[in-house]
Design a binder for this molecule. Sequence first.
Ligand code: AQP
Length: 327
Amino acid sequence: MKQRIFSGIQPSGNLHLGNYLGAIKNWVKLQEEYDSIFCVVDLHAITVPQDPEILRQKTIEVAKIYLAAGIDPEKSAIFIQSHISEHTELAWILNTIAKIPELEKMTQFKDKSQKNGRESASVGLFVYPVLMAADILLYNTETVPVGEDQLQHIELARDLAARFNKKFGETFIVPKHFVKEEGMRIMGLDDPRKKMSKSAASEYNYIALTDPEETIRKKIKKAVTDSGSEIIYCDDKPALKNLINIHSLLTDQTPAEIEKMYAGKGYGDFKNGLADAIVNFLKPLQERIGAISDAEVLDILEKGAAKVRPIAIQKIFDVKQKLGFII
Ligand code: AQP
């Protein structure tokens, strides 16, 4: 029996190189070994305001990106989170055993609620990690491949699973995280102290997977660098380190090989080479995205939901029985 993995991305903006290098790239490899479920987590996206028409477009675009990047619907189930209502049902139940202080310490909530002022943050944003726990636990997930930014949320999923099991009897698998060392945290191009993010204030923070060549070159030209002129991979130069990481991951070269390539050259040459590497990687991906029709992707999403729905229904049945609900 293969172990099961579950992961997802929010259709909350333009998917970027961080989402690809920190998540999707690993999923493509993992689907060969694991029973894989990949979700477009639209219920998570609405924890901050979304324009309905853009949300619709982005949900389809995220699914197309999964396919274009190499997620194979024959090997993995791909579906839209809101198509399986058991996610919200289980989230509500888990809300009743989650504690307010454990949610208050979530750094993602602190960061996101500070952006627009805590008083305007939704309760949905506050309980987002509980919905994420429900996503994972609903499918008997053993391993959750994520970027480093999500580790705190996986820890909560583990705590909630163990707490429920202790109180009501063995029901959930306590999941483990899986973080790949490389790509685990791609930082913003405008500020290497913060992660690359869809919802960043400036579009110069990220390279979107759908950015045209001209935009990519402009963004890389504007990317912040550190003092000095040599291309050196070290912690003292976090901006350059991040750019070398991106270069290295996209061209399958080690940071030392990148350093060697640009020995004796300056930031100008390095940035041109990096922009070329990104364009060479993204152009074929974008062509593949463009070749997938909406009808095709909707059909795949429907089949994906049909594949995983029985697992979710069975789990909710089990949970309700344990809780003492009349079924
Ligand atoms: N900068 C990053 N480096 C490495 N991995 C990253 N991920 C996100 N940003 C980076 C990984 O992408 C997956 C999906 O993320 P998400 O869309 O569910 O939410 P997020 O982590 O909050 O991503 P963003 O881009 O920052 O979105 P917004 O701005 O909408 O919140 C996860 O596996 C994550 O680790």
